[in-house]
Design a binder for this molecule. Sequence first.
Ligand code: ARG
Length: 393
Amino acid sequence: MKVVLAFSSGLDTSVAVRLLQENYKADVITVTVNVGQSPFKLKAAAKKAKLLGAVKHVHIDARKEFIQDYIFPSIKANGLYEGYPLSTALARYPIASKLVDVALREKADAVAHGCTGKGNDQFRFDTTISLKAPKLKIIAPIREFNLDRKQEIGYAKKKGIPVETESSYSIDENLWGRSIEGGVLEDPKKIPPEHIYTWTRPPEKTPQKPRIIEIEFKEGVPIALDGKRMGGVELITEMNRIAGDYGVGRIELIEDRIMGLKARENYEAPAATVLIQAHQTLEQLVLTKEELEFKRQADQKWADLVYRGLWFDPLKEDLDAFINSTQRRVTGKVKVKLDRGSCRAIGRSSPYSLYDEKLVSFEKPGFDQRDAVGIIKFHGIQGKILRKRRMTR
Ligand code: ARG
């Protein structure tokens, strides 16, 4: 039996290799998809795959595609679920897609992933795989053997699988963010230890002086940083570095998982935090009140579908069409101030701006103020009528 496994070199997927070999007598092909995790982790994956006896290790650099097809749409949709800038959620789709590609190419009997039966990632993997290749068998060994993390560590030790010191945490990272779960974090009243963070400095150790950066957007997508045009990978990597330096993007939530379980989640998402905020500010300038109101609902639904594994749902495609249409005018520049863990939009401009300085200014006449009186006469008219009726009754 030939099985293609999505492999990160972490505890779950390492244990999965062995379980597949021993219990399914499988030849395991490991696939690591580069969605911007640290290069160190990518190298470790190739080495560990070999050590665990994978018959083949495939490495796919999907960073450009991840940005173009997943991160950019998420910026356009201000992709936040309960305040979490969708990151792990987004990356699962290209990973699952690549996994299917390799499995079909290799004529594999099954694909496998390291998800447990408790989290969200199983929904994203299984749904995408079965949609792309309905006949392909899906094996999730950790879920199937009902293993908890302690049992996994025990099994790994018994089988001579190296276990990293950070293994008490379940960590996932990609260009758009880093998520840390498990270990002491499972007690929601305990304060997260500083060592869980690797992308962001604690606010007290950030530079003394605030920094102002300028981000340029074209049709809803960031294209330049401080006047310098950059490709997506470079721009997001730079933004993560700069904003992380200022301690921006630490997010802690009690999050409602797909299955209804509440989970304590910690994230580092410096670039996502800044770029989504800058994008929202620009939308406020160029979209009408009606568009903004409606889009807020569309964005929320979009994020909800993406979080719940339904990237390929027809409604998500419909929402994309609406969102893309609004983004034709989301072009312009935004200034953002980074200061001790906070990030604030402090300036914006756009050729499509709906802001009319002459009309709104206190210093310029703009229009005849007396015209306002006529409009106000009808303002709240229904309430006035009702009140009058009650008084006369
Ligand atoms: N709660 C986040 C999500 O559902 C992060 C999940 C992290 N996954 C992991 N295997 N550590 O998208």
